[in-house]
Design a protein around this ligand. Structure first.
Ligand SMILES: Cc1cc2nc3c(=O)[nH]c(=O)nc-3n(C[C@H](O)[C@H](O)[C@H](O)COP(=O)(O)OP(=O)(O)OC[C@H]3O[C@@H](n4cnc5c(N)ncnc54)[C@H](O)[C@@H]3O)c2cc1C
Length: 417
């Protein structure tokens, strides 16, 4: 008697897109097996949004949403026409009973602020749908016949299915399980993998005063990235100083462009603490400040306009060291040097952090080799691909997870014959 177990769908990887695929396939009454090599599901998902999970980004319509995907939007219109941001929010709120809220910049989070609630909602749904789940189970091989995948090898056993969804993630934050296994499988099957590099990642500097500011956030500052005396990138917003350099959503979202500049030659960052004020107006403001506090030490006076940790650092700059005296003894030239410095706080960018600290990696399977109507491989028609496996760049702000939900939904539609 042939007692080999045949599933309708085997999903490889129980991260964001694998879990969501399992929910949709099991809703469609398919016999599903979800295989995850970790001892828990959704290890990376638990870390998202600083533990709060920025689940999506509620732009007014798909067209506006996809503007954030300039290089890949032509591929994404089809899947997003089948499962949009509204469909996602509706599914989480009404099918998975997970209340959501929308915050600044259209970022959507679970109302509870807990990423683990997103995972638990999907796991409860899978239990309700009687889905088979293997944990501590690493898929090591995909077996094929002609243009079909027939089975997978996992923990020395072979599991068969009519359809396979590969959801093994990319290479960012490998400690969560995304170690690029899927890329290896796809390469063996004959697919092209564009080399993944860290993306959405903090920037490094070797400048001591920046390191010493670790933990300080500066809001409403302008940062310019300069190469060969030309401003190449400029942003206004918030930056976070760290023990290795600078971070925060604005920095992370420029990291891709900064990396491209670094590949060519040196890059200097220049911070303007007062972007809304021309230099002469800032000078005027400082004159007034000095007049008001003419008998006080500069280090105390500056605290009215600059955070303490930064005042301590800038008054240590060689060019400003001699200025920490009573303000009425500061000369016009010295004041001008002070104003220029706080409009142009410069330091070199020496690199980006590695894949272990990246939110996403660019690269992945070449999009031309994927059929976006059902997210299937153009080489193996019953192999479907989701999430970070795809070579798609996007900013932070819920765009990565939305890509997971949409590609997982489309991959999970009932295409079984
Ligand atoms: C710190 C951090 C914060 C983030 N915050 C956000 C955010 O707030 N919003 C947002 O939109 N995006 C965020 N992202 C990005 C987002 O988490 C990813 O885009 C998303 O998790 C990718 O989902 P995935 O299903 O493709 O892969 P993953 O979530 O990486 O899941 C892949 C799974 O497959 C398993 N696996 C791999 N190989 C095998 C194998 N051979 N056999 C069995 N199982 C295997 C892995 O163990 C893993 O569990 C963040 C990323 C990081 C690192």
């Amino acid at each position: 008697m042939n007692n080999k177990k045949i599933y309708d769908v085997i999903i490889i990887g129980g991260g964001a897109s694998g879990l969501f695929s399992a929910c949709i396939c099991s809703d469609n009454n398919q016999k599903v097996l979800l295989i995850e090599k970790n001892n828990i599901l959704g290890k990376k998902l638990a870390l998202t949004g600083g533990g709060r999970c920025n689940i999506t980004n509620k732009k007014s319509d798909t067209q506006t949403f996809l503007e954030k995907f300039p290089e890949s939007k032509k591929f994404l219109f089809s899947p997003f026409s089948k499962f949009s941001v509204d469909d996602t929010m509706n599914y989480f709120e009404n099918t998975l009973n997970l209340p959501l809220k929308t915050e600044a910049n259209d970022r959507v989070f679970p109302k509870s602020n807990k990423a683990t609630d997103v995972i638990d909602a999907m796991i409860s749904h899978l239990k309700y749908n009687n889905t088979s789940i293997f944990l501590n189970a690493k898929v090591t091989k995909l077996l094929t016949s002609k243009d079909k995948v027939t089975s997978v090898t996992c923990n020395n056993s072979t599991y068969f299915a009519k359809k396979f969804i590969l959801s093994t993630g990319g290479l960012a934050a490998p400690k969560t399980g995304s170690t690029g296994d899927g890329f290896k499988f796809l390469k063996i099957l004959g697919h092209t993998i564009i080399k993944p590099n860290p993306n959405l990642i903090p920037l490094k500097t070797n400048t001591k005063w920046v390191h010493a500011m670790s933990g300080t956030t500066l809001d409403n500052i302008k940062i310019s990235f300069i190469q060969k005396n030309k401003v190449k990138i400029q942003r206004i917003g918030k930056i976070l100083f760290t023990h290795f350099g600078i971070s925060g959503p604005m920095i992370i979202n420029t990291s891709f462009e900064v990396k491209k500049l670094l590949d060519k030659s040196n890059v200097t960052a220049s911070i303007d603490l007062f972007p809304d004020m021309e230099q002469h107006l800032l000078d005027k403001k400082i004159i007034e400040l000095f007049q008001k506090n003419n008998n006080k030490l500069l280090s105390n006076v500056l605290l009215e306009i600059i955070p303490k940790s930064l005042v301590t650092q800038i008054l240590n700059f060689d060019i400003l060291k001699s200025l920490n005296k009573i303000t009425n003894s500061i000369t016009k030239d010295e004041r001008k040097i002070l104003v220029t410095t706080i409009k142009h706080l410069e330091f070199p960018i020496t690199g980006i952090l590695g894949l272990d600290k990246a939110i996403i990696a660019d690269g992945g399977i070449k999009l031309e080799e994927v059929n976006f109507k059902d997210m299937s491989s153009k080489l193996y028609t019953n192999l479907h691909l989701t999430g970070d496996l795809l070579s798609i760049n996007r900013p932070s702000g819920g765009y990565s997870l939305q890509l997971c939900w949409t590609t997982a939904f489309v991959a999970s539609q009932n295409t079984l014959q």
